[in-house]
Design a binder for this molecule. Sequence first.
Ligand code: GLC
Length: 570
Amino acid sequence: MGSAQEQLRTWWKESSVYQIYPASFQDTTGSGTGDLKGIISRVDYLHGLGVDIVWLSPIFPSPQIDMGYDISDYKSIDPIYGNIGHVDELKDKLHERGMKLVLDLVVNHTSDQHEWFKESRKSKTNPFRDWYIWRPPKYDAQGNRQPPNNWESHFQGSAWEYDQATDEYYLRLFCKEQPDLNWENPAVREAVHDIMRFWLGRGIDGFRMDVINFISKDQRFPDSDKPVMKGYEYYACGPRCHEFLKDLGAILKEYDAFNVGEMPCVDDENEIIKAVGADRGELSMIFYFEHMALDYGPKGKFSPGTWTLANLKTVVNKWQRFMYENNGWNALYLENHDQPRIVSRFAYDEPEHRVASAKLIAVFHAFQAGTPFIYQGQEIGMTNVPKEWPIEEYKDVDCVNHWNSYKDSPDEDLKRLVKAEYQKKSRDNARTPMQWDATPQAGFTTSDKPWMRVNDNYTEVNAASQIDRRRSVYHTYRLVLEKRKQYKDIFVYGSFELIDEPNDKIFAYKRRATSGESALIVCNFSLDTVKWKMDDGPKEVLFTTSDRELSQVSGGELSLAPCEAIALLL
Ligand code: GLC
């Protein structure tokens, strides 16, 4: 067991990250899609919020089948976003303010329009053939052609795509336009290392690494007997994953670069700690997924499920303690471009509760142990898309593929049910344009046709109305991030202890520095006023969502309003 004393102290633990989804952040050309100049124009906004690192979702040339997570050239910029000069300018602007710029490294797969794949599919003898994962078909008893195994794509259907020209299948764990690279081939690994050096050499400060634990596949490619997402047990943290990650880690270390690995589909903590343990030289921190699956149903994301505070406590407690005790590190996130809005998910997005809910989430989130990630719009309490939006407003390939397999069903009830799940969990919920102000299109674009519709609540929910209001959601995030830095021995390097676990309304936890100094965070996730007994006498109110004075909280009992949250120095 480690302790905070032994924990590696480093800048990326003390930082916070802001994720930008470039298509939806700020358009400066009137195209209806955000661009790099738009991001540059908002650097001061980000600086004002107090975030340290800016991560951009992919900006590289791409057919945009999966919104840039299908890259056709890793060393230039998609013209819809600008050019490489804009990246340099953004980086310089951030660096001038002591901030950093991180890019998205998507190297489990490429676009099918990448030159490597265009070559690879030409013939079985092409020098690039072995850069991807090709296998011959199988034939069933009736002589029908079948994929090489039963693995499933994360975006519905088989994970294998048949290619007529050479009568073979290629593996694609996501869309058919996203063929998986063959990391067994040393030339592929070299090419990835070269991409990393290219950007690090240009002064980029690191990477978020897309599904990085999928890069090594079990080369036997066995059939799976899992009920959902068949096959993941053979490639999530596959046989050579850690070997490959070590190579990436060595390059990152040379540049003291930031990195965070996305690691879905792993249940085994031992595999995770191998990737993120401080002494391992692989990843700095990881995104775990357990809390994001709490509202999944028996058939996965789009099947109805209900989250409970008890389950959220179990998952948060597990990862908070596990990383601390094993010298690993959590990337703390509640939203990103793949998840619905957290206010709509774990709190209450009705107009009368939305602001309190968003502040509650800010306190709950950013005082935990790990590096906090804030997704664009989270800091102003943006919500899921309205329930009334028709299916045509949903653009995400995952959601659209899913709908295509239901839309012709004669069962109207089933279709209603499925659509209700999209409004709760589709990735589209996070991809609506950033709500800057109350002008048309929320100040996101001058076009009257943004690539994705602006959420109708923008006149109420927008950044401009919050920046000048001390009690806004925006300032809650700003202040919480500030306190986290001010008391870093507690909030960055301290231990985590869940308090009052059986309580089904209150999520309370303590953070303790090795010096013994500690803080108590109490969050009322319910819409009731809750009386809560405190064992400790607080010294100071560090943060309150309801303007509480110390005298109001020192009597041994707290009376918490609906969605109230408070952080106390003990
Ligand atoms: C990651 C990305 C997601 C993308 C997928 C395939 O999960 O975050 O947006 O669709 O990988 O690249």
